[in-house]
Design a binder for this molecule. Structure first.
Ligand code: TLP
Length: 339
């Protein structure tokens, strides 16, 4: 099977496994795991933040970001297709008792005026608007980069109106690879930033939340409350550290393969959104049926935004797999699915 469902499906490389085997460990709840401490410092530096916190998943680091950025009963503004809203099982309501207000914007980008119009004025009837969540790259938009200027403008408007800003940067290094803009440039406009080592960077598990020292002290408490305090976590943190040290630059290869996949599918007659990073959105009449047909041909994908399927390139697919995937999709167009 050629698995293009997500960049989360990768297996640890030999080098990564060796780093895990050799990692010095300690009890991280006591703050005594040298590998976790090294990882947190490394990522904080990389993102230009004072501190960072290691956690099991991007969902958890996003939810910790929501938790430390809000109080009970407040409102979070975010794009209607954002991961925090669509794919996190209603966690902001469950874990932080906050309300979400979704906004529209092309490619996951929020116009500053849309943000301004959504911020509530002080009135006893209204929840207080407290946090703006932005996502880069934007998953449901098809891996679109949030242009730095637009990001800075939305964040500046939020701050002017007294809101904090959280960045879901699960694939932030894909944005860096696609544009040459250092990840830290986006982070400079956010109070908290979540990044994942388990997406394109290829680690088996692990995300980090970065921010100023005070934010991360609070985040550490929230991580414990959410059940994310881990003990000899260095054994897995070593994989994340290896991923950040070795797999950031190679993301450009995934992007090139995504472009090749898009070109091949177009040649086969599909309508494909031009990928900016490693996610390819293909328009099909009936996504579930198409995915079934594709899987019978040995290729896996997932549903994308309505009317699209998503195919994702990653560390475990090379040029040959991309070629095979194109051939598989071409066979399906040659034999239209019966309805
Ligand atoms: N996204 C997964 C699925 O949950 C949809 C995927 O396959 O793309 N933020 C963004 C933008 C994400 O895409 C994801 C994972 C997360 C956060 C959550 O990360 P995990 O899976 O570590 O909780």
């Amino acid at each position: 099977m050629i698995d293009l469902r997500s960049d989360t499906v990768t297996r640890p490389t030999q080098g990564m496994r060796r780093a895990m085997l050799e990692a010095p460990v300690g009890d991280d709840v006591f703050g005594e795991d040298p590998t976790v401490n090294r990882l947190e410092e490394y990522v904080a530096d990389l993102l230009g933040k004072e501190a960072a916190l290691y956690a099991p998943s991007g969902t958890m680091t996003n939810q910790i970001g929501v938790h430390v950025g809000t109080s009970r009963g407040e409102e979070v503004l975010l794009h209607e297709g954002s991961h925090v809203f669509v794919y996190e099982a209603g966690a902001p309501a469950m874990l932080s008792s906050v309300q979400l207000r979704t906004l529209s914007g092309e490619n996951g980008v929020l116009d500053p005026e849309t943000v301004r119009a959504a911020v509530r004025h002080e009135d006893v009837h209204f929840p207080r608007s407290r946090l703006l969540c932005l996502e880069n790259t934007h998953n449901t938009a098809g891996g679109k980069v949030y242009p730095l200027e637009d990001f800075a403008a939305a964040a500046a408007t939020a701050k002017e109106l007294g809101l904090k800003v959280h960045l879901d940067g699960a694939r932030l290094f894909n944005a860096q690879a696609a544009t040459g803009v250092p990840a830290s440039e986006w982070c400079a406009h956010a109070d908290s930033v979540s990044v994942c080592s388990s997406k394109g960077l290829g680690a088996p598990v692990g995300s980090l939340l970065a921010g100023d020292k005070e934010t991360i002290i609070e985040a550490r408490r929230a991580r414990k409350a959410f059940g994310g305090g881990m003990r000899q976590a260095g054994i897995i943190a070593a994989a994340s550290l290896y991923a950040f040290e070795n797999h950031v630059d190679r993301l450009a290869e995934d992007h090139e393969r995504a472009r090749n996949l898009a070109a091949g599918l177009r040649e086969a007659g599909y309508e494909v959104q031009e990928p900016e990073t490693n996610l390819v959105l293909v328009a099909v009449d009936d996504p579930p049926e198409f995915l079934q047909a594709l899987s019978r041909e040995g290729v896996l994908g997932t549903p994308g935004k309505p009317g699209y399927v998503r195919l994702c390139t990653h560390l475990d697919v090379g040029d040959e797999e991309i070629e095979i995937a194109i051939q598989a999709a071409t066979r399906i167009t040659a034999n239209p699915i019966e309805r």
